[in-house]
Design a protein around this ligand. Sequence first.
Ligand code: NAD
Length: 330
Amino acid sequence: MKRSELVFTRDISGTFSSYLDKDTRQAIIIADNTTKTACLPLLRHSFPVISFPPGELSKNLNNLQMVLDGLLVHKADKNTLIINLGGGVVTDMGGFAASIFKRGLDYINIPTTLLGMVDAAIGGKTGVDFHSYKNYLGTFYAPEAVLISEQFLDTLPKIELDNGWAEIVKTAVIADPELVQMIKSGKNFLGDIIASVSATKQRICDEDPFDGNVRQLLNFGHTIGHAYETCRIDNNDPVMHGMAVARGMLYETGLAARLGMLSVDDGEFISNLIREQTKSPDLTEAEFNSLLPFLQGDKKNSGTGITFSLPTGIGTGAYGVKVDMADLKI
Ligand SMILES: NC(=O)c1ccc[n+]([C@@H]2O[C@H](COP(=O)([O-])OP(=O)(O)OC[C@H]3O[C@@H](n4cnc5c(N)ncnc54)[C@H](O)[C@@H]3O)[C@@H](O)[C@H]2O)c1
């Protein structure tokens, strides 16, 4: 998989212009209806735009087809550059469309949510949800570049910032002890934290682009988180991805301690960090019981047992940990 360039900027319009100067091909922007209104003006460019309603329920085959139809209408060809402007829903679905249209067009991601900047826009995992299963259809297909600008955060609702913090804490807790210290010190600007987390994610993805080993660490919180998210999608009441992952991390931290993989003190430190930074509650017993049927469908599982990535200390973890269904309790 190709290596993406990460570009950090406080002047997205200037950076976008100079990025395109190198590249005079036809371009098409993919956005959701909110990022089209709130974020597109910051680019100060007029390219054709394909957009769809915001939110997780839009990340499906119908909207993927609508995006592909749009590419056909705008006569996209092998030289067309796709520009995904939005949060994880836009970069996942736009990246998927780019990967399959005419067997693959170049694309760049311009993440506009905190979660997109630190996680979803980086690493080349693309896809859509299928029936109620999260990210069941997709490809590995990396963007040429990811242009990251905090300017977009000015219009982002506060709750979406908490949502993004879940993935920041995840990466720190499972793979980056220095980042944990940065967060705990409270002395760093958000921009420095974004730069640090996104660089860690990119480094891990460069090492293991197809999720065969070390990249699986980044699934911390996602086994339970995805099952909870899927359960909520199934009930037509979607929850924000980061909020599902935060609940998942709280449960999985407790599980690591119960399995003797994590000391009780480190477990408490990690749980407190998750609660402080994400404002997320723990799963209730009723919520936990309702997500159990969805655990077996998780695409990370094979054979018997459920697969987890669990913390083993503050900033270190283990992946591929198999736990019997019977041992999962609240
Ligand atoms: N591919 C990956 O590696 C990866 C990693 C993590 C998450 N994801 C996926 O990302 C998705 C979640 O992404 P998300 O949390 O960014 O959600 P999202 O894309 O749905 O965006 C959240 C909301 O914020 C709005 N918004 C976006 N930018 C804005 C801005 N600057 N100002 C105002 N409103 C803005 C959007 O319109 C939307 O309503 C999930 O589908 C998840 O599966 C993918």
